[in-house]
Design a protein around this ligand. Structure first.
Ligand SMILES: Nc1ncnc2c1ncn2[C@@H]1O[C@H](COP(=O)(O)OP(=O)(O)OP(=O)(O)O)[C@@H](O)[C@H]1O
Ligand SMILES: [Mg+2]
Length: 154
């Protein structure tokens, strides 16, 4: 399923909508080029879960846990990680079951953490000036087979 998102606020709204369908143990893998809007979407998911603390991408912080919401949000930026071993070192599986785990740049690295996962891939136009993004959302595994949390209607 692909949706077109025209502004950063709309991206946060989409995140909020996605958050409403998330439950403990869910793994969400965010892909897309630098500046695509992965963190912006993560902010919306954080808002939707009601967590405290700004969801940002500070340099040198790889994983951060946001509490105080409906579920803890574990926000991981795997940009600087290059191996599955480094992902293992973060011990994400220790918190995965009771949290929503969101991984930027996680494609090809974190699939081993959970068989069922939601892949969100953000595309941006070549020219770089436009705010239009395409967001492709694909659920992998039984968990996602009947879930329609990316319906942007209503
Ligand atoms: N439609 C849009 N959706 C999301 N962000 C947008 C959009 N249009 C413009 N932007 C801007 O693009 C930037 C996206 O930055 P963001 O940090 O979310 O990207 P990212 O994919 O996390 O980047 P990185 O790969 O560096 O982590 C922000 O400055 C945001 O305001
Ligand atoms: Mg980011």
């Amino acid at each position: 399923m692909t949706v077109v998102i025209e502004t950063p606020d709309a991206m946060r709204d989409l995140g909020e909508r996605i958050a409403s369908g998330l439950r403990a143990g869910d793994l969400v893998v965010l892909s897309g080029p630098l500046g695509a809007g992965k963190t912006t979407l993560a902010q919306g998911i954080g808002r939707g879960l009601g967590v405290s603390g700004a969801v940002v991408s500070p340099t040198f912080v790889i994983a951060r846990v946001h509490r105080g919401g409906r579920l803890p949000l574990v926000h991981v930026d795997a940009y600087r990680l290059s191996s599955i071993e480094e992902v293992d070192d973060l011990d994400l599986d220790a918190v995965l079951d009771e949290s929503v785990t969101l991984v930027e740049w996680g494609e090809g690295l974190v699939e081993g953490l959970a068989g069922d996962r939601l892949h969100v891939t953000i595309g941006r136009p070549e020219d770089g000036a436009s705010e239009v993004r395409t967001v492709e959302i694909t659920g992998v595994g039984d968990r996602w087979s009947d879930v329609v949390l990316w319906d942007t209607g209503s």
